[in-house]
Ligand binder design. Structure first.
Ligand code: PLP
Length: 399
């Protein structure tokens, strides 16, 4: 596909600080002789970044001083530009707070607005990072299961949500939009209904929108704060350029909080840790990313990813039709539900997972991500590598 940016370049990440190629997510499994490693697991991308990101960093690094600094106006302007163009939002500078990471923002919110023993609401399946983070607090986690409808689309169960929230007197809800791991891009009506339940029961909402730029064609992200004035006031929204532009190694996220009281409390709580400081190079990365060129890059990226999703779904429909896959609406992750295939072939899922890794297809067990019986497969890699991975799966794994 001819575009402005090159998503076909194969980048050797070995020796360049990349978990994706340095680690295999199955401790005792080796890639067999003769196979290269095709990274299809951890949630970063195997594409070169938008050149503006590197250019902004390089330009700054060439100046030989790195002392204390205040975030530049351009940093806030870039966030305002991005929020406006991508999401139609119009936060003022003072409504944007730097967060060291999205999960760091969640930690601050939990500390600021809940007490030990308080109940926090989440949907299940649940992003593993929420669990790892919240388990460190002495809070009660309350889950409402998402359910697949007749078309296999994950849906919220509003009656169950309401019952659990009321019974447990939930104080805070963590809303993941788009939803990881289910890949749902919630429709406006769904966000409105969920927010109405949270309003009715007086829950503060932390809305994790880290995936909100990675929306597949045909879907649209609805910012939680946009659905009503009440939602705007009760929600701490967390964003970052790290998933969109694959910048996890540079660290940096931000929150948008319109309600002044909430904002001041968040800020004070984060300040108490002494850790929540913007990194100079992360600031320049964001300025490069959140730009006109960034908009084009993301648009082209999503076209590429859409092609990869379609190709991979077609591959499995033909090669291993017993594998069930809910087509994602956003993100670049597929979860392969292997139960039917494993039963038909009398093979435990672990053996199937290991066979893939032995052939150099470094995919991951979906179970820790709340998707038991699945394999998690990251499709953010050049098409020629995806082709090679699918070819190996056909020849050595699904035989
Ligand atoms: C839903 C969700 N939130 C947060 C994160 C992590 O963000 P951060 O590294 O900024 O804490 C991820 C990473 O995959 C994620 O999927």
């Amino acid at each position: 596909m001819a575009g402005r940016y090159n998503f076909e370049q194969i980048i050797d990440r070995r020796g360049k600080d990349a978990l994706a190629v340095d680690m295999i997510p199955f401790p005792d499994v080796r890639v067999k002789e003769g196979f290269s490693r095709i990274p299809m697991w951890v949630a970063d991308m195997n594409f070169a970044v938008l050149p503006d990101i590197q250019e902004k960093i390089i330009e700054r690094v060439q100046h030989p001083t790195f002392g204390y600094f205040s975030p530049r106006e351009e940093y806030f302007e870039a966030i305002r530009f991005w929020q406006n163009r991508r999401h139609g939002a119009d936060p003022r500078k003072e409504e944007i707070l730097f967060e060291n990471s999205v999960l760091g923002g969640l930690c601050s919110a939990v500390t600021a607005f809940t007490e030990p023993g308080d109940a926090i609401f989440l949907h299940a399946p649940t992003y593993i990072g929420f669990l790892g983070t919240l388990e460190k607090f002495d809070r009660k986690l309350v889950f409402s299961g998402l359910k697949r409808d007749e078309r296999g689309v994950w849906r919220m169960d509003y009656a169950d949500m309401e019952q659990k929230i009321a019974e447990n007197r939930v104080k805070m809800a963590v809303f993941c939009s788009p939803h990881n791991p289910c890949g749902r891009v919630w429709e406006r009506e769904e966000v409105e209904t969920a927010m109405e339940i949270f309003r009715k029961h007086g829950c503060l909402v932390v809305s994790d929108e880290i995936w909100s730029d990675l929306i597949l064609p045909g879907h649209r992200h609805i910012p939680t704060q946009s659905v009503s004035e009440d939602a705007k006031q009760r929600t701490i929204a967390l964003y970052a350029p790290s998933k969109t532009f694959s910048l996890a190694g540079l660290t940096g996220a931000y929150s948008i909080i319109y309600n002044q009281e909430l904002r001041e409390k968040m800020e004070k709580t984060a300040a108490r840790t002494g850790y929540n400081h913007l990194h100079l190079l992360s600031m320049y990365a964001l300025i490069g990313a959140y730009s006109e060129n960034g908009l084009v890059w993301v648009r082209e990226l999503m076209e590429v990813l859409e092609g990869h999703v379609e190709k991979t779904l077609a591959f499995f429909a033909k090669t291993a039709p017993e594998i069930r896959i809910a087509k994602p609406e956003g993100t670049y992750m597929l979860y392969l539900d292997c139960a039917g295939w494993c039963e038909k072939h009398g093979m435990p899922i672990r053996s199937l997972q290991e066979k893939g890794v032995e052939a150099g297809v470094i995919w991951q067990n979906g179970e820790p991500f709340g998707m038991p019986g699945t394999i998690r497969m990251n499709l953010a890699l050049p098409e020629s590598l995806l082709d090679e991975a699918l070819d190996r799966l056909a020849k050595y794994v699904f035989v």
